[in-house]
Design a protein around this ligand. Structure first.
Ligand SMILES: *[C@@H]1O[C@H](CO)[C@@H](O)[C@H](O)[C@H]1NC(C)=O
Ligand SMILES: *[C@@H]1O[C@H](CO)[C@@H](O)[C@H](O)[C@H]1NC(C)=O
Ligand SMILES: *[C@@H]1O[C@H](CO)[C@@H](O)[C@H](O)[C@H]1NC(C)=O
Ligand SMILES: *[C@@H]1O[C@H](CO)[C@@H](O)[C@H](O)[C@H]1NC(C)=O
Ligand SMILES: *[C@@H]1O[C@H](CO)[C@@H](O)[C@H](O)[C@H]1NC(C)=O
Ligand SMILES: *[C@@H]1O[C@H](CO)[C@@H](O)[C@H](O)[C@H]1NC(C)=O
Ligand SMILES: *[C@@H]1O[C@H](CO)[C@@H](O)[C@H](O)[C@H]1NC(C)=O
Ligand SMILES: *[C@@H]1O[C@H](CO)[C@@H](O)[C@H](O)[C@H]1NC(C)=O
Length: 382
C-alpha cells in the first residue's frame, strides 16, 4: 500500500512525455524499485523529510504552547477562549506558525494546507511531568472522562512502574464533560494525583483521534527527551517490564518505529449500521494502510513527534489507530513493527497468561488487579 501509492505518484510525474525512450527508462526504474527499494523504503525515512521533521520536532520542543499553569476552572471548559490570552501561549503559537510557514515553503509541503491545527486548550495539564528527569518511557493512557475506577486501578497496579527510578512517567488523557459533577470530580482527581491532561474538546467515542493527537502533541512539547511512548486504553493490562525489554531490543534496530498488533490491508466498513461505518466520502480508498490495533501500541518519541507534525496536514478520521498508526505513519514514513504480544483481544485474566504477553484488552478493575498480583507473585508456579 505504502509503496504502491508512492510509485504511482512517481509515475504520474514522469509519464507526461510519452517517448519510447522514457517508457523504457520508466520501466527499468519501476522494476528496479520493485526489486530493491521496497524493503529499505519501509524501514528508513526519506532523507528530505527526515531532516525536515527532525528540525521541526526540535523546534517544537522549544515552542511551548501550553500555559505554565493552565488549570482553567471547569466552568470555562465550554469556551476557554473567553479567558485573556496568556503571553507564553501566544509566543508558543507564533513559534508554531513560523515552523508551519517554513514547512510550507519546502517542496514536499508546498501544496499542503494545515487542515488540523488541533486548537484545543488544556483544562488540566502537567507541563512539568518530565521536566528535569531522565524519561525512558512515557505511558499515555487515553481514558474516558468518567472512568474514575479504571484510572484508580491502573494507578494501583501497572501504573506503579511510573517512578523516577524506573525512568517512567504516566499520564491520563481526557476530553471534557459538560456535566459539572463529572468535571468537578476530574478537577479533584487532578489535584490529588497530578496525572491528568485534559483538553477542551468533548469526550466522545467519535473524538478519539483528538485524544491521540493530544497525546503526541503533549509528548512533542513537554517530553521531547523521552525515548518511548506507550499508548494504552484504560481497560488494558500492561506488563511493563516485558514491554520495556521489547522496546529496547527494537530500538537497537533503529530509532523510528511504531510497534503493536499489526493489521494488514484491512478494508473500511461500508455498511451504514456498523459501529465503525466509514462512508466513501470520508475515506475513498479500498483499504487502509497497514496499522496497529489501537487497544495498545508503542512508538519512539522521534516517531511521535513526526506523527504530530504530520497531523497538521491530515484531517482526523474517527478511527484513531487507522489515523495515527496507519495514515499518518504511512505519510511520514514511520515503519510499523508487528508484535503479536500486544494482544488486542481479551486474554484470560491470569498472571501466568500475562507472563508471555505485553498486554491484553477488555479487563475489569478486578481482573486488572488479579493479573497484576499473580504476575508479580514469584512463588506462583505456572
Ligand atoms: C476549545 O478551545 C478552542 C481554542 O481555544 C476553541 O476554539 C474551542 O471553541 C473550544 N472548544 C470547546 C468545545 O469549547
Ligand atoms: C514555556 O513555559 C515556561 C513556564 O513553564 C515559560 O517560562 C517559558 O517562557 C515558555 N516558553 C515559551 C517559548 O513560551
Ligand atoms: C528551527 O529553529 C532554528 C533556530 O531558531 C531556525 O533557524 C530554523 O529555521 C527552524 N526550523 C524550522 C523548520 O522552523
Ligand atoms: C520500578 O517499579 C516497580 C513497581 O512499582 C518497583 O517495585 C520498583 O522498585 C521500581 N524500580 C525502581 C528502580 O524504582
Ligand atoms: C452528571 O453526572 C452524574 C454522575 O455521573 C449523574 O448522576 C448526573 O445525572 C449527570 N447529570 C446530567 C445533567 O447528566
Ligand atoms: C466531539 O464529539 C461530539 C459528540 O459526538 C461532537 O458534538 C463534537 O462536535 C465533537 N468535536 C469536538 C471538537 O468536541
Ligand atoms: C532535553 O535534553 C537537552 C540536552 O540534554 C537539554 O538541553 C534540554 O533542556 C532537554 N529538554 C527538556 C524539555 O527537558
Ligand atoms: C502467591 O502464590 C502462592 C502460590 O499460589 C500463594 O500461596 C500466595 O498466597 C500468593 N501470594 C499473594 C500475595 O497473592
Amino acid at each position: 500500500m505504502l509503496f504502491k501509492r508512492r510509485k504511482s505518484d512517481f509515475c504520474a510525474r514522469l509519464t507526461l512525455p510519452s517517448t519510447v525512450f522514457l517508457s523504457t527508462v520508466l520501466l527499468t526504474v519501476s522494476i528496479y524499485s520493485t526489486l530493491t527499494i521496497v524493503p529499505q523504503r519501509r524501514f528508513s525515512p526519506r532523507s528530505l523529510d527526515a531532516a525536515m521533521y527532525e528540525e521541526a520536532a526540535s523546534n517544537l520542543s522549544l515552542a511551548n504552547l501550553s500555559r505554565p499553569d493552565s488549570r482553567v476552572s471547569a466552568k470555562s471548559v465550554v469556551n476557554v477562549h473567553a479567558t485573556s490570552p496568556d503571553p507564553s501561549e501566544s509566543a508558543g503559537r507564533s513559534a508554531l506558525s513560523a515552523i508551519i510557514a517554513k514547512f510550507r515553503s519546502r517542496v514536499a509541503f508546498q501544496t499542503r494546507p494545515v487542515v488540523n491545527p488541533h486548537p484545543f486548550d488544556y483544562v488540566h495539564n502537567e507541563p512539568n511531568a518530565c521536566a528535569g528527569k531522565t524519561v525512558e518511557l512515557m505511558m499515555a493512557v487515553p481514558s474516558r472522562v468518567d472512568s474514575f475506577d479504571l484510572r484508580q486501578t491502573i494507578r494501583e497496579t501497572w501504573g506503579q512502574f511510573a517512578t523516577d527510578g524506573n525512568k517512567t512517567v504516566m499520564l491520563f488523557f481526557l476530553g471534557s464533560s459538560t456535566n459539572d459533577t463529572i468535571q468537578q470530580k476530574v478537577t479533584e482527581e487532578s489535584q490529588k494525583h497530578g496525572d491528568i491532561v485534559q483538553e477542551n474538546f468533548t469526550d466522545a467515542y467519535r473524538n478519539l483521534s483528538l485524544k491521540t493527537v493530544a497525546l503526541v502533541k503533549w509528548v512533542s512539547l513537554h517530553c521531547p527527551n523521552s525515548t518511548f511512548v506507550l499508548k494504552a486504553d484504560d481497560d488494558m493490562y500492561i506488563n511493563v517490564p516485558r514491554l520495556m525489554s521489547r522496546l529496547r531490543s527494537q530500538f537497537e534496530k533503529g530509532p523510528l518505529f511504531v510497534i503493536g498488533y499489526l493489521l494488514k490491508e484491512k478494508e473500511p466498513f461500508r455498511t451504514t449500521s456498523h459501529k465503525w461505518y466509514l462512508p466513501v466520502s470520508e475515506y475513498p480508498e479500498k483499504t487502509f494502510p497497514n496499522y496497529v490495533s489501537g487497544t495498545s501500541y508503542a512508538m519512539t518519541t522521534t516517531a511521535a513527534m513526526r506523527l504530530y507534525v504530520e497531523s497538521f496536514y491530515v484531517r482526523p478520521l474517527f478511527l484513531e489507530d487507522v489515523y495515527l498508526t496507519g495514515i499518518l505513519a504511512d505519510k511520514a514514513s514511520v515503519p510499523r513493527i508487528s508484535e503479536s504480544e500486544f494482544f488486542p483481544n481479551k486474554a484470560s485474566a491470569s498472571g501466568c497468561k500475562f507472563r508471555k504477553l505485553i498486554c491484553g484488552h477488555k479487563n475489569s478493575p478486578q481482573e486488572i488487579l488479579k493479573i497484576h498480583t499473580e504476575l508479580f507473585n514469584s512463588t506462583l508456579k505456572c
